[in-house]
Ligand binder design. Structure first.
Ligand code: ADP
Ligand code: ARG
Length: 364
C-alpha cells in the first residue's frame, strides 16, 4: 500500500512560508511530486527528511542514492542552481592539471600554514549514507580493507586503519578516537549532528565507521562519514600546490584498486550526499590567522570579506565550530560545482592573499 504523505506535505507547505532560506523546501513542487510513482514519492521525501526536521537548514536535503540527482532532476537542478548560482542545465567538468607555477605562501609573507584538501567519494554500488543499513555500512568498511592493506605497503602512503566498529579487529580505543579528533584526523560522532541524524546519515553509529591515517599523519581517509569516503592530504607547509599534487597521486593509487568504482554523473561530476559538495566534492582549506579582522572574537567581518572573494570561513574544529582565540580561521573556497579542481586551488591562493591584505589594512 502506498504511504500516506498528507502530514509531511502539510509540514512542507507550512515551511515554505516560515523557512525562506531552506533551499530544498523552497524547491519542492507538490504538483510535480503528485506525478511521481509511489516509490519515487517515498524516495524524494526521504531526501528532504533533514530539512523538514531542521527548518533552519540552508540546503535542507541529502541524496540517498547515487542516481537521485538524475532521477529527480527537476528538483535537484533547481536546488543546485540556487545554491551554486549555476544555470539549471549546467554541466560539470573536472581538471586536475594544477597551477602553472609553485604556490609558495612565503611569497605572500606568510609562515608555513596548516593546509588540507579533501574530496568526497561514494561507491557506485552501495546506497548513499542516508539510505544505508548496518549491513551496507559494514560492507563499505570491509570493501576498504584491501585498499588500506595496499596503501599500508606503499612507502608514500603507509599507515594504519582505526575502526570505530565495536569488535572490529582494528577497533580503536575511546581515548585514541578523541585524540584523533583533536588532531583533526578523525570526524566527530555523527549522531551529535541534528542534520545528519535526521537524514539517516548517522544511522547505526558507529558501525562501519573509521579512518585510515598514514604514519606521518598527512594522508587521511574517512570511512562512513557524510560520504562513503572523504579522501584528504593535510600538512603544515608553505606549498599549496604540493598538497594538491599529493592528493591527486593518492587518488590515482586508490582508483587503481579493482574493488572500487566511484559514483559519477556525466552532468553532475562526482556524486555526493549533500548537493553543496556535488561536482568536485573538493574543499581546500588553510588555517590562517586574521587577528585584526576578528578583533573582539567575532568572525562577522572576516566572513563578509571572505564571501566577496568566493570563500567561506569556518571554525578551528571545522563546520559549525568557533574560530580560534588568536583569530585563526579555517578559510576555503565555497564553490564545488561547475568549477574545476585547479580553479579551486587558484581561488584559495588568491583568497589567502586578499584576506591577509584586508587584515593588514585594519591596522594601516
Ligand atoms: P570537511 O572539510 O570534511 O567538510 P569539516 O569542516 O567539519 O569537514 O572539517 C573536518 C576536520 O578537518 C576538522 O577537524 C577541521 O578542523 C579539520 N580541518 C579542516 N581544514 C583544516 C586545515 N587546513 N588544517 C587543519 N585541520 C583542518
Ligand atoms: N544539512 C545542513 C543544511 O542544510 C548542512 C549543509 C552543508 N553542510 C554539509 N556538511 N553538507 O544546512
Amino acid at each position: 500500500m502506498a504511504t500516506d504523505h498528507t502530514e509531511t506535505l502539510a509540514r512542507l507547505a507550512n515551511l515554505k512560508a516560515s523557512a525562506p532560506q531552506n533551499i530544498a523546501v523552497q524547491a519542492f513542487d507538490q504538483q510535480w511530486f503528485e506525478t511521481l510513482p509511489a516509490t519515487d514519492q517515498d524516495r524524494i521525501l526521504a531526501c528532504l527528511a533533514s530539512g523538514l526536521a531542521n527548518p533552519d537548514s540552508e540546503m535542507g536535503c541529502y541524496a540517498g542514492h547515487a542516481d537521485d540527482y538524475d532521477r529527480f532532476k527537476t528538483f535537484f537542478s533547481d536546488v543546485l542552481s540556487h545554491h551554486h548560482k549555476t544555470p539549471s542545465d549546467a554541466v560539470h567538468r573536472s581538471d586536475w592539471a594544477g597551477p602553472s607555477a609553485p604556490m609558495d605562501v612565503t611569497a605572500l609573507g606568510l609562515p608555513p600554514l596548516s593546509v588540507r584538501i579533501r574530496v568526497g567519494r561514494n561507491l557506485a554500488d552501495l546506497p548513499l549514507p542516508s539510505a544505508m543499513g548496518a549491513k551496507d555500512r559494514q560492507a563499505l568498511e570491509d570493501r576498504m580493507q584491501p585498499v588500506f592493506t595496499a596503501l599500508a605497503a606503499d612507502p608514500q602512503f603507509g599507515g594504519g586503519y582505526h575502526s570505530l566498529t565495536p569488535g572490529h579487529k582494528a577497533e580503536t580505543s575511546r581515548d585514541t578516537y578523541h585524540s584523533l579528533i583533536d588532531r583533526h584526523l578523525m570526524f566527530r560522532p555523527l549522531d551529535t549532528d541534528p542534520y545528519l541524524t535526521a537524514a539517516g546519515i548517522a544511522g547505526n553509529w558507529p558501525v562501519g565507521r573509521g579512518a585510515y591515517v598514514s604514519h606521518d599523519q598527512t594522508v587521511i581517509i574517512w570511512v562512513g562519514e557524510e560520504d562513503h569516503l572523504r579522501i584528504m592530504v593535510m600538512d603544515r607547509t608553505t606549498r599549496l600546490d604540493q598538497i594538491f599534487t599529493r592528493l591527486r597521486g593518492l587518488l590515482d593509487r586508490i582508483e587503481a584498486q579493482p574493488v572500487l568504482e566511484f559514483a559519477t554523473s556525466a552532468r553532475f561530476g562526482n556524486i555526493t550526499s549533500c548537493p553543496t559538495n556535488l561536482g568536485t566534492a573538493m574543499r581546500a582549506s588553510v588555517h590562517l590567522a586574521l587577528p585584526n579582522l576578528t578583533r573582539g572574537g567575532s568572525d562577522k567581518t572576516a566572513k563578509q570579506i571572505a564571501r566577496a572573494h568566493g570563500l567561506s570561513v569556518r571554525g578551528m574544529g571545522g563546520e559549525h565550530t568557533a574560530i580560534g582565540n588568536d583569530g585563526t580561521v579555517d578559510l576555503s573556497p565555497s564553490a564545488r560545482f561547475c568549477i574545476t579542481e585547479t580553479e579551486i586551488l587558484i581561488r584559495l591562493w588568491t583568497g589567502i592573499q586578499a584576506l591577509k591584505e584586508a587584515d593588514q589594512a585594519v591596522i594601516d
